[in-house]
Structures are given as C-alpha cells and as structure tokens.
Write a new protein. Structure first.
Length: 309
C-alpha cells in the first residue's frame, strides 16, 4: 500500500469504519498528510454496478432512475459554470471526465463549441448520449483514444476522489489537453467545517464512504497537481447551506435528498413584504456563512483551475 499522492509507504490508521458500518481502514500519509482508503475492491466494476447507485445516489432512501438522477443534479450546474465563466468561451472544445448522465455538459449547451463526455458506466453514458445529444466515450481516461483530443478545457467534477491512482489519471488528462488549455477540478475538502469543528461523530461516520478513495486537503491536492505537471490556484467553495449544517447539528442525521442540502430554502410565504424580508434575511445569512467558510478554507469543496506546465 502506497500513498496515492506521494507514494510514501508510511501511514497511520485514523479510522476503521465507513458509512453503513462497512469495515475499511482510513489511512493518513505521514509524509504529505493525504487521507485515503485501504480499499481492495474492483472499483471499475463497483462503479458500474447497481449497488453503487442504489447506496450512493441523490436520495438516501431509494435508488434513483437515470432520469431522476439527471433532473436532480441538472438545476445546480450553474455553480460550476460560474467558477469557469471567466475563461470559458464559445470557441472552446470541452471534455468532461466522469460526465455521469451528462447534466454538466447539457448545461454548457450554447456556451462552448464542442462538448464531449467520458463515463465508464455504459448505462449512464447511453443516457447522456440520448438525453443531451453528446458524444460519450466509455473507456477510462488512461485508456481512451479520443478522436477529438486535444481539448481547450477539461473538467473533472467530483470525480478525482473516486480514482485509485490519481497521479496516473491526471497525467492522462494532461495528454488530452492542448498547450495553454485549462483543467478544472472540484473535489470534497477533508478540512470541511463539519469535520474540523463539529463535536459529534455521526457526521464523520457518514462522511467517509466506500466510493471515495481519496480525501484531499489543499496541501495534498497541490502536491498531487504539481507532480502531475499542473499549476494554478486551489481554493475552497461551499455548496451545502447553513440549513443543512444546522440540520446535522440538531438531528445528527443527514438530509435524505440532495436538493434539500444545497437549495436556497424559503421558509416564509412571500404574501407581503414581511415574508419577502424574512426569506431575504435567511438567504443573506446563508451567503455570509458560505463566505466565512471560504475565507478560512473550510468550505465543503476544493476547486482547482489551472494549466499544464
């Protein structure tokens, strides 16, 4: 067993249990502090299986159909588009690695010249082709022969944490990127406020789970990107609302639906100006909360936008 980031063989065990009481050691590298799972599963087959989507879909209580999966995530893609808006233009060709049902690429329609997806699940790839009218490759990025490469922009949204060998994965991405092209990565942040400052173990028992092999910090992600030949900025972002965090604190349980964790809630009927003011107050509190977390690098996600060296 080696650290996926720095290849060190020196690590300590910080946990031995994952979500759903699955037995698995969680390791921390003594050299670069990267956190990762000692997971011996055949991950390619696991991610293609119904077991994966049934247990780790947008609804914790039931398995979501492909259409429900798409309709759940599509409305929230504007968050990612805002992150890359300044460098994106209509002449660009974009490859989305791990495109799932194609919801992000569908949100890019009309914003770029060419949209190509890569998704190892044939079922999800077929849905993306039909629903979004895009070309999708089903091989891994390390093996895929992508005719449209190299690309102006490659996106990798909530994918890198699933990869067994992230260094090899990023180097393969680099081979499919034009000189001067951009890479955009979004991954969970191991220094998320709820992990770092909350006082109860239930959140940690839920947070660590089988599909996520790696748990990146700003330090470990920068280390990995440098080794893979990329340079750029790493920052935190915050998708989950203060309502979601308060729900965790009060109930010590997750909310069941993904939409409920990140949508702006309107608790009061806006029948007059008072109701509107109350809803605006909640919205402002949420915005200020997110800004505070980002300021201190304890947002729920890490964002990288950069280029090849």
């Amino acid at each position: 067993m080696k650290c996926p980031v720095c290849q060190s063989k020196e690590f300590s065990i910080i946990r031995n249990k994952l979500r759903y009481n699955i037995k698995c050691n969680v390791l921390e590298c003594k050299n670069c502090s990267h956190i990762f799972l000692d997971n011996k599963k055949d991950l390619d087959n696991f991610y293609k299986s119904k077991e994966y989507r049934k247990s780790y879909g947008p609804n914790l209580k039931k398995e979501a159909s492909l259409n429900v999966f798409f309709e759940t995530y599509y409305p929230f893609q504007e968050f990612y588009i805002k992150e890359i808006d300044k460098i994106m233009n209509q002449d660009m060709s974009v490859l989305d690695v791990g495109c799932s049902t194609g919801h992000f690429l569908h949100a890019l329609k009309g914003k770029v010249k060419q949209r190509i997806g890569l998704e190892i699940s044939p079922e999800y790839a077929n849905f993306a082709r039909e629903r979004c009218d895009i070309k999708v490759y089903t091989e891994s990025i390390e093996k895929a022969q992508i005719k449209e490469a190299p690309f102006d922009f490659i996106t990798c949204i909530q994918v890198l944490e699933h990869i067994q060998n992230p260094l090899l994965f990023l180097k393969a991405i680099g081979k499919n990127l034009k000189p001067g092209g951009y890479l955009y990565i979004d991954v969970p942040n191991i220094n998320d406020v709820m992990l770092k400052y909350s006082k109860f173990k239930e959140y940690k028992d839920f947070y660590y789970h089988e599909p996520h092999i790696s748990y990146f910090s700003i330090k470990s992600l920068k280390h990995l990107l440098k080794n893979a030949g990329f340079y750029g900025d790493v920052k935190t972002s915050q998708k989950y609302t203060i309502v979601n965090h308060l729900s965790w604190i009060l109930t010590k349980e997750p909310q069941n639906n993904y939409q409920d964790t990140i949508k702006q809630h309107k608790f009061f009927k806006p029948t007059d100006y008072i109701g509107k003011e109350l809803n605006n107050f909640i919205s402002q509190v949420d915005d200020n909360y997110k800004k505070l977390l980002i300021k201190h690098d304890i947002g729920d996600s890490l964002v990288f936008i950069g280029q090849k060296k």
